[in-house]
Design a protein around this ligand. Structure first.
Ligand code: SAJ
Length: 447
């Protein structure tokens, strides 16, 4: 039996990926019946068996618990519910003729049109997917087109409508999703005040952070701004890394020192920005205001130039060694995850392999098999110690916890290209070694 005071007797979460599944499970853990909807039959079957098809710490236990308790089940087709939370991907499409990548809203449209037939008066529809400004209004129009018998909110409207619609972006960090879903503040962007109030009721079921109300367009741009801010900050760090290479200064030490100022917080340079959010979302701003978003577009260009820069550093070093063995440490897009999608490390290894720079060993402790695109190019998946024993060149692409445990002696005598500032963090590192981490930039003129 459900507790009587719950405002929703059934909630549907559409899209059971990295955001939708944890959200569905947390909602179910509050005692509400949750039906998760996904077009992937394999994901639906796994969830109904109490298993998960993605990796996120703590999620498997939670899903098993709520599925066993009968509070969460998955289906491939939407069913009636009191509230629908849409958490489907919004990739960008990059046609050769396009100068700026454009957001692809087809998944949101398909999700909206799939729930439209089961909507009834009083229902709430929340969009959580990262979206360009105006998408929530478009979603209301798509729903209205399928259901002319129901009334839908107009932006800023004051009339109470049959269906309530709001944009409430997810902002959780992969790896800390279950904790951040509960503790992070939440932006609630209703298409009207009544819509915001209805959406607030849903998030109050599990959010301990503040729920802050705004309009849908501001909420959409807030989400994009958070990720664009981080992208610009990382681009600044990456540009400082280039400047430091030219001036022969250790960028990691530089940033550590600058960050001792109470109002400076520079992020870390790296081999590029990966994942499906920070490298993508800034384009949603650029495509809607290309003349104004100059800095944001330039930051994207700086960050996208990092993988080829790392490749050129490795190539220059490899040219100085006969038949070099190159150990590439890390393939994931950031530390301690198994997610290789949109990973700059993958890009670096792929480009090195296609340029035939030497024997390439990839070390990625979080995967069991190499992606076919790398094995087809002759890259071998290797264990850390074995790879370091064989390597002439070590390219550190991800600061996984396993790599932080490397004994500095294992790197001595090798050329080390450290894109993550990891060597200076090794506990048994010595000062002598610290100065030998970055490979000399052979293209650099003397300054
Ligand atoms: N990176 C750097 N230097 C840094 C920090 C990150 O090069 O100092 C790189 C990482 O290696 C990685 C990429 O940036 O390749 C992105 O990693 P991340 O940890 O910064 O962010 P994501 O993509 O995992 O998650 C982000 C988060 N957004 C913000 O921190 C503003 C998260 O809160 C969002 O919910 C998520 O995007 C999303 O779904 O939009």
């Amino acid at each position: 039996m459900l507790p009587r005071n719950l405002p929703f007797s059934r909630i549907s979460v559409v899209g059971l990926g990295y955001i939708g599944l944890p959200t569905a499970a947390i909602l179910a853990s509050t005692g509400v019946e949750v039906v998760g909807v996904d077009i992937r039959q394999s994901a639906v079957a796994a969830i109904n068996a109490g298993r998960i098809h993605i990796y996120e710490p703590g999620l498997e236990n939670l899903v098993k618990r709520v599925v066993d308790a009968g509070l969460l089940r998955a289906a491939t087709l939407p069913e009636p519910a009191d509230a629908f939370v849409i958490a489907v991907p919004t990739p960008f499409s990059e046609g050769p003729e396009q100068l700026t990548p454009e957001p692809d809203l087809s998944f949101i449209r398909a999700a909206a049109e799939s729930i439209a037939p089961v909507l009834k008066s009083g229902d709430l529809v929340i969009l959580e997917s990262t979206s360009p400004v105006g998408t929530t209004e478009k979603m209301a129009q798509w729903l209205q087109a399928v259901r002319p018998d129901l009334s839908f909110p107009q932006p800023g409207g004051t009339v109470v409508t049959d269906i309530h619609i709001a944009y409430c972006p997810e902002r959780v960090l992969p790896g800390r999703v279950l904790e951040e879903l509960v503790t992070n503040d939440r932006i609630i962007g209703g298409l009207s005040d009544t819509c915001s109030t209805a959406a607030m009721g849903l998030y109050h079921l599990f959010v301990e952070g503040d729920c802050i109300v705004t309009d849908a367009r501001t909420a959409e741009l807030t989400k994009l701004t958070e990720n664009a801010y981080r992208d610009v900050n990382i681009a600044f760090a990456n540009e400082m890394a280039l400047i430091c290479d030219r001036l022969d200064i250790d960028v990691w030490e530089l940033i550590r020192l600058a960050n001792r100022h109470p109002r400076v917080r520079i992020l870390n340079p790296g081999p590029g920005v990966g994942g499906h959010c920070i490298a993508v979302d800034p384009w949603f701003i650029v495509s809607s205001a290309p003349q104004q978003a100059k800095l944001i577009a330039q930051a994207r260009a700086v960050n996208d130039s990092r993988p080829p820069y790392v490749v050129s550093q490795v190539e220059q070093t490899a040219r100085t060694i006969d038949n070099p063995v190159i150990a590439c440490l890390g393939l994931a897009f950031k530390p301690d995850i198994d997610d290789l999608r949109e990973s700059p490390a993958m890009l670096v290894v792929k480009q090195l392999a296609s340029k035939h720079c030497g024997t390439l060993l990839a070390v990625e402790p979080n995967i069991q098999a190499l992606p076919p695109e790398l094995s087809a190019l002759g890259v071998e998946l290797a264990q850390l110690d074995a790879a370091l024993a064989r390597a002439d060149i070590a390219v550190i692409l991800v600061d996984h916890k396993e790599f932080l445990a490397i004994d500095a002696k294992q790197l001595s005598g090798k050329a080390v290209i450290d894109t993550r500032g990891l060597v200076s963090r090794l506990t048994n590192n010595t000062d002598v070694f610290r100065h030998s981490v970055s490979v000399p930039d052979l293209t650099r003129e003397s300054v």
